[in-house]
Design a protein around this ligand. Structure first.
Ligand SMILES: NC(=O)c1ccc[n+]([C@@H]2O[C@H](COP(=O)([O-])OP(=O)(O)OC[C@H]3O[C@@H](n4cnc5c(N)ncnc54)[C@H](O)[C@@H]3O)[C@@H](O)[C@H]2O)c1
Ligand SMILES: O=C(O)C(=O)C[C@]1(C(=O)O)C=C[C@@H](O)C=C1
Length: 314
């Protein structure tokens, strides 16, 4: 697929953490850009990106990185995209594709769109791939392989620009799907945002217990709890911004979650084993379906499941 890809002449990556550096590895390995211009706020991070040889030029001013770029990708926390877009708007080249990788989409569109000139093509994106690590050392080539990337074009988005960005993510190994920003935020609230909140909460609860000490929690942590601690080690800035920017959908899903938790509590109190057994059987089936679909990265079968069809929604 990468052979047929028409490389961008200059790609500007704004923010060079886990996602930005993974994109840089992909662009280099698959020849997706003739020139990679990297910019980030802190000189120290920029120096590290240079030491890792992630790009071709390094800029402390985002405006310098985007000048002449035909693709600009914001890889910063979602709470910063508005300010960054304002900073680069006047330097964007006419016809450039402007995209992002933020975990929330409706608020990103709302924050970025008003600052963008009419002669650029705005195509928001979100790779559903990540780890609990951050920074330029965290990125790796295989991160996006066989993982979904969701594009949420805005009304009137240029179809050629959407197709070009689709081809870019496909060349990075992703399966691409298109949907509305609002639908994206609802789906991600239940499959990603609420699970992170549950992990942060359970690890916080365990850390606050008086009768079980913190060292006991560390010493006796069973694998179930350990899995939660991996998720709860995710970047605090990124996740603060996710919850503040997907408030409505997260609160809607949390409402449902709390109701279901209350009914589990009742089942335990009244010794209703049938209800517990029925739920645990249904959830086990979902886990098996994920594995069968080849979507479990921890499984030895990851990547060997049936390939998804690229489906497009209106
Ligand atoms: N980590 C994940 O699992 C994951 C997965 C998919 C999408 N995302 C999204 O990708 C984006 C980046 O996440 P990440 O995991 O790469 O984070 P990260 O913390 O590893 O990297 C963020 C980078 O942005 C820079 N930065 C922060 N504010 C900035 C600003 N105002 N101007 C310029 N640079 C700035 C930081 O210095 C750093 O280089 C976020 O929007 C996040 O929601 C993350
Ligand atoms: O695997 C992880 O560590 C992740 O949290 C990755 C994960 C997810 O929830 O799946 C986290 C946030 C992103 O926006 C996309 C992917």
């Amino acid at each position: 697929m990468a052979e047929a890809f028409q490389p961008f002449s200059r790609v500007a990556l704004i923010g060079i953490g886990l996602i930005g550096s993974s994109l840089a590895h992909n662009m280099k390995a698959h020849g997706l850009a003739q020139h990679i211009a990297i910019t980030t706020r802190r000189a120290e991070t920029l120096k590290r990106a240079e030491a890792l040889d992630l790009g071709d030029s390094y800029h402390l001013e985002a405006a310098d990185a985007v000048a002449g770029a035909d693709l600009v990708i914001l890889c910063v926390p979602v709470g910063s995209v508005g300010a960054v877009t304002k900073e680069i708007a006047a330097s964007l080249a006419p016809g450039a594709i402007v995209s992002d990788v933020g975990s929330v989409k409706a608020s990103v569109v709302k924050a970025m769109q008003p600052h963008l000139p009419e002669n650029v093509h705005f195509v928001p994106a979100h790779p559903i791939a990540g780890t609990e690590q951050s920074g330029p050392d965290a990125g790796f080539l295989e991160l996006f392989e066989r993982r979904w990337c969701i594009l949420t074009p805005v009304e009137g988005s240029d179809e050629t620009a959407v197709e070009r960005l689709k081809a870019f993510w496909t060349a990075c190994g992703s399966d691409v799907e298109v949907m509305s920003a609002e639908h994206h935020d609802l789906v991600l609230a239940i499959v990603s945002h609420v699970p992170h909140l549950i992990a942060y909460n359970i690890v916080g609860t365990a850390a606050d217990l008086e009768k079980v000490t913190e060292s006991e929690v560390v010493k006796f942590s069973a694998s179930g709890f350990r899995d939660f601690t991996r998720i709860a080690a995710s970047d605090p800035t990124m996740w603060r911004d996710v919850f503040l920017n997907n408030r409505e959908a997260v609160l809607e899903m949390l409402g449902r979650f709390s109701e279901d938790l209350a009914s589990l509590q009742r089942a335990i109190r009244w010794g209703d084993g049938d209800s517990l057994f029925e739920l645990f059987s249904r959830t086990r089936k979902i886990r098996r379906e994920i594995i069968e679909a080849g979507q479990d990265t921890a499984s030895p079968d990851f990547g060997r499941g049936p390939k998804h069809e690229v489906k497009q929604e209106g």
